[in-house]
Design a protein around this ligand. Structure first.
Ligand SMILES: Cc1cc2nc3c(=O)[nH]c(=O)nc-3n(C[C@H](O)[C@H](O)[C@H](O)COP(=O)(O)O)c2cc1C
Length: 204
């Protein structure tokens, strides 16, 4: 039995547009997405994209706007970050993988040390223990030794560390192109087909 479901968590690192775009792309790819946002993730989203989320009364329309929210038609299942009763808190609930995008240094630390203080940390723990794909998209610069060590621990236990650092060999012409490069690389890791950028060696 293989699940088609994916988990997407957005935490409080800069880079909310990456998370929002990833959600849009996963929806368009026909995937069911279990979405969790940390309170800091909501703060950053508001700061960077002027979108206000009420974590007590989550509405997809506040995150994606009316057209995209309507097109999602039940594909997004939102879970409160404090809800350890959610399916994704258990290894017996099958998923095809999880991305934390953007991923704060605080969340990286919690995963590296198994703290499981919220549903995001717990679902990440579950993906690691079940040997499923866990993609972390950290955004911080410069990185201190603690952050580097925590990222190393995450990589050692099986997470894919995919920093939000777009390549320029695709000749991005806009910020959207740069965002799509990172989102596309996350999709590659999750096995989601896309045409978000031209691959190296691919003809125009
Ligand atoms: C506007 C804003 C930008 C931030 N940018 C980053 C960042 O790029 N990387 C990071 O690790 N933390 C960043 N932080 C700090 C985190 O949000 C903070 O450490 C928070 O506790 C993370 O909690 P979470 O992992 O539960 O989301 C930022 C905070 C704010 C308000």
């Amino acid at each position: 039995m293989a699940a088609n479901d994916l988990v997407l968590a957005m935490t409080g690192a800069s880079g909310a547009p990456y998370g929002v775009r990833l959600l849009e792309v996963l929806i368009r790819a026909g995937r069911t997405v279990h979405l969790v946002m940390s309170p800091a993730g909501v703060q950053v989203l508001q700061q960077e994209m002027d979108r206000r989320i009420d974590l007590e009364h989550f509405r997809l329309v506040d995150l994606l706007g009316p057209a995209a929210a309507e097109a999602a038609s039940g594909q997004v299942l939102y879970h409160d970050h404090r809800n350890f009763l959610a399916g994704i808190a258990s290894g017996s609930f099958l998923t095809a993988g999880m991305a934390i995008c953007p991923c704060s240094s605080g969340t990286v630390a919690a995963i590296a040390h198994g703290l499981s203080q919220n549903l995001i940390h717990r679902a990440a723990d579950v993906h690691l223990k079940e040997k499923r794909k866990l993609v972390l998209v950290p955004r911080e610069t410069p990185l201190n030794i603690v952050q580097l060590r925590n990222l190393t621990i995450c990589a050692e236990v099986g997470a894919v560390v995919l920093p939000a650092s777009p390549g320029f060999y695709t000749k991005p012409r806009s910020l959207d192109d740069a965002i799509d490069f990172i989102v596309g690389r996350v999709c590659d890791q999750l096995g989601v087909e896309h045409r978000l950028f031209r691959r190296w060696g691919e003809k125009a």
